[in-house]
Design a protein around this ligand. Structure first.
Ligand code: ARG
Length: 475
């Protein structure tokens, strides 16, 4: 045996008849995570620096040893960043690879780094640090997407369009209000991810393998060095928990869900039947056979990739559901999942933002259709309410008027005369006095100006939403 162990636990297990046997190789390649957990090298090094600093503070290593360890770790970090470092697969994971490299570089003091620590609290710590950084990147991407939706809202402020419930024409809206709806849909994940950062949670470091340590560690101090809020609350819990990873992937799934709904909506708007929207040609593709085609493939892929992220959430929660408390190797799969969810969602957010900045509503196609579908029926009922007609009665009156229009081949309520309105109202609400102003409540363009309720899809409430978004995003 050389001075540095092949694996830190090798002395107990032995090499089982030779590390070079087929079986040993099979097992080594099956158990390794270095092929993907090398991605947390930065967090692993930061955690180790905090740990060494703490060990020196409590006197378990001296200051010289601490400085040698820290310098060694920093040189490893520099080499990894310069692409000048070999990740040895036989050493299983990033924790053993870095520890091994450290011992090779600095000798004896390197062997003291793992004092009072296990890979179980180490990996839980690294993952939380990584999640905090990744959550920050995602919230930045969300902010960027929200900004381009707000800009779309602003440049579409003058476009009136139909809204749909049950995919049937509902009420007229300001096109910009719909763009703001998508910006708003990102806030659940935005605020959720904002809460995933070390400063909001307990550090697992100091929990050891499961039961903590009999050494006089100071986990409060290492927690502080890494920016965690507090030391471990319960060593058993922290080494077994992946709650923050689940929350992270859940928010990824929520982002994906909203992006998928948005993509679906825009795919519909881009059909010849709708022709409500155009996006830059570079975000579409053509057909290998049909020369006329302009297909919204980027939107379709955003919609499709949502399925992968849902799968990631289910994969992680399923892995966790059967695990007894304490570390189990199943947990190693967590990183594969969070990385994949993060990568998928990051690229979808970036693609979505590029598409939105290139998009515009096609006013010339939308507006001529606005007098179809009796979009102003609710507004007419609300007008009658202002003339003291009970809403249920008003609903009834307008329903009958729509039926009458359809029967008489009129496509819009505004084609009825004041006299016809008066007759219809008199029949069911004899005391109500209506006048010429009834026509102000008709026609999609008039209607959107009349919205007054907080958050409404036109008028002042829309202007206020736009203003609030611009102030919040600094645009
Ligand atoms: N590579 C492992 C993981 O990602 C690190 C912890 C391994 N701990 C152990 N006792 N085998 O989960």
């Amino acid at each position: 045996m050389t001075d540095t162990p092949q694996k830190s636990w090798q002395s107990r297990i032995g090499d089982g008849g030779g590390a070079d046997t087929e079986g040993a190789k099979l097992a080594a390649s099956f158990v390794e995570s270095i092929s993907y957990d090398r991605r947390i090298y930065k967090q692993d090094i930061a955690g180790s620096i905090a740990h060494a600093t703490m060990l020196a503070k409590v006197g378990l290593i001296n200051d010289t040893e601490r400085d040698e360890i820290i310098d060694g770790l920093k040189s490893i970090e520099r080499d990894i960043e310069a692409n000048n470092f070999t990740f040895d697969e036989s050493l299983e994971d990033i924790h053993m690879v870095i520890e091994d490299a450290l011992i090779k570089r600095i000798g004896e003091p390197g062997k003291k780094l793992h004092t009072g620590r296990s890979r179980n609290d180490q990996v839980a710590t690294d993952l939380l640090l990584w999640l905090g950084t990744a959550a920050g990147v995602l919230t930045d991407s969300i902010k960027n997407l929200q900004s381009v939706f707000v800009q779309l809202a602003e440049r579409s402020a003058d476009v009136v369009m139909p809204s749909y419930t049950h995919m049937q024409r509902a009420q007229p809206i300001n096109a910009g209000a719909e763009a703001l709806a998508w910006a708003t849909s990102m806030d659940f994940a935005f605020y959720g991810l904002n809460a995933i950062y070390p400063g909001n949670t307990n550090s697992p470091l100091g929990s050891g393998a499961i039961a903590g340590s009999s050494l006089p560690l100071d986990p409060e101090f290492s927690a502080m060095v890494m920016g965690f809020r507090r030391p471990p609350r319960n060593s058993i819990f922290h080494t077994a928990s992946r709650d923050d990873a689940v929350a992270f992937v859940f928010y990824c799934a929520m982002i994906s869900m909203h992006l998928s709904r948005w993509a679906e909506q825009w795919i519909i708007y881009m059909t010849t039947e709708f022709s409500f929207l155009k996006i830059a040609d570079k975000y579409t593709t053509s057909s290998s056979m049909m020369p006329q085609k302009r297909n919204p493939d980027m939107l379709e892929l955003i919609r499709g990739r949502c399925g992968n992220v849902y799968g990631d959430l289910f994969a992680l929660m399923t892995i966790l559901k059967g695990l007894p408390i304490g570390y189990n190797r199943d947990l190693q799969e967590d990183k594969r999942i969070v990385f994949r969810a993060y990568d998928t969602v990051s690229s979808c957010l970036t693609m979505a933002a590029a598409i939105v900045s290139s998009a515009s509503y096609i006013k010339e196609n939308i507006e001529p259709t606005l007098d179809r579908g009796f979009l102003d029926a609710t507004s007419l009922a609300e007008y009658l309410v202002t003339k003291s007609v009970p809403f249920r009665t008003a609903h009834h009156i307008v329903g009958s008027l729509v039926a009458r229009c359809e029967k008489e081949g009129k496509h819009a309520l505004s084609q009825l005369s004041l006299k016809e309105f008066e007759e219809a109202v008199r029949e069911k609400a004899p005391d109500a006095k209506i006048g010429q102003d009834i026509f102000d409540a008709l026609g999609a363009r008039n209607v959107v100006k009349r919205y007054q309720s907080a958050g409404a899809a036109g008028g002042k409430p829309f202007e206020e939403q736009l203003k609030a978004w611009k102030a919040r995003l600094g645009i």
